[in-house]
Design a protein around this ligand. Structure first.
Ligand SMILES: CC(C)c1ccc(C(=O)O)c(O)c1O
Ligand SMILES: [Fe+2]
Length: 304
């Protein structure tokens, strides 16, 4: 059984590395760590990185990385994923050293083709992460649209050991999932859509006031606000969505429900209504979750 410590980081392709680095540092509120050629590492915790930006010809999601609960579980997880036919590849020492982390495997989900990294022992920085104007406290979740919803839900729950926190729809069209035994209502969610793509990424804000202050800062900096502020019924969080320089949707979220490892409440089936998504009755802007290509990587090319 796979046991996770947390959602660690994502790797994004961006079309203008300098512009996006400035945005994630000075608007989103992350801390710049280092740049190695066309790759930039940023953090929102004591980890060496919680976001990697890479210059690319088109913007999109390149990888999603989860930290395993214990280093001792790495080989068992590698063998398990191999048994499941997922053909994981272990990264070379050279690559894990660049990433400042321990043993790392990479595989592709066979349904929508997202590349995952499962890793252990990320380097902890000497100085704590100091939130700037936008007080973010952690990387919280990743959401996809998919036209293969049932298969993807089955894959996450029955192969990767994610647990359903809530669903929505008579025929389920939304699922909010947590990587067991991480406590947050969801570090991954999926929704039925015409195509397979990233819907958004979410960061936790420290307080509700920080979300309110961000509304003014985003407006002052002409950053498009795409939805909110409002309150999501599923996780109970206060939210605010906005666009990054490539149009990718980002969310600040505050006050998400947390689950214990044992004795957690049962998942609810929620009405697929406007009020379920926003108890305050707001409506997303047309550009909400419009961009978010999933970059298909050829894992055969991974150097090992
Ligand atoms: C994608 C939608 C709008 C959504 C719905 C509910 C929650 C939550 O309960 O936290 C989200 O985070 C969402 O992004
Ligand atoms: Fe979200």
């Amino acid at each position: 059984m796979i046991r996770y410590k947390k959602l660690g980081y994502v790797v994004l392709n961006v079309t203008d590395l300098n512009k996006s680095t400035d945005f994630y540092e000075n608007v989103v509120g992350m801390q710049f760590v280092e740049r190695e050629n066309e790759t930039v590492y940023l953090r929102s915790s004591r980890d060496h990185h919680n976001l990697i930006l890479e210059q690319g010809p088109e913007a999109g999601l390149k990888r999603v990385a989860f930290e395993l609960e214990k280093a001792s579980q790495f080989q068992g997880v590698f063998d398990y994923l191999t048994e499941q036919g997922l053909n994981p590849v272990e990264l070379s020492k050279k690559e894990t050293q660049s990433l400042a982390q321990g043993r790392t495997l990479r595989f592709k989900d066979p349904i929508i083709g997202v590349t995952y990294e499962f890793y252990v022992e990320m380097m902890q920085m000497g100085l704590p992460f100091v939130p700037k104007d936008a007080k973010i406290t952690r990387f919280l979740h990743v959401v996809y649209d998919t036209n293969r919803f049932d298969e993807l839900l089955d894959f996450y729950t029955n192969v990767l050991n994610f647990v359903v926190s809530d669903t929505s729809g008579r025929e389920t069209a939304w699922a909010w999932l947590r990587a067991f035994p991480t406590p947050y209502h969801h570090n991954l969610a999926i929704t039925k859509g015409p195509e397979n793509k990233l819907n958004h990424l979410a960061y936790q804000a420290e307080t509700v006031d920080d979300i309110g202050k961000q509304v003014n800062r985003l407006n002052d900096q002409n950053v498009p606000i795409l939805f909110g502020p409002g309150r999501h019924h599923p996780s109970g969080s206060i939210f605010l969505y906005f666009a990054d320089p490539d149009g990718l949707t980002l969310e600040y979220s505050q006050g998400m429900e947390e689950f214990p490892e044992e004795g957690a409440r049962e998942p609810r089936r929620l009405e697929p209504s406007k009020e379920t998504i926003d108890e305050w009755g707001g409506t997303p802007k047309p550009d909400f979750a419009k961009y978010g290509k999933i970059i298909q990587e050829d894992l055969a090319k991974v150097e090992n």
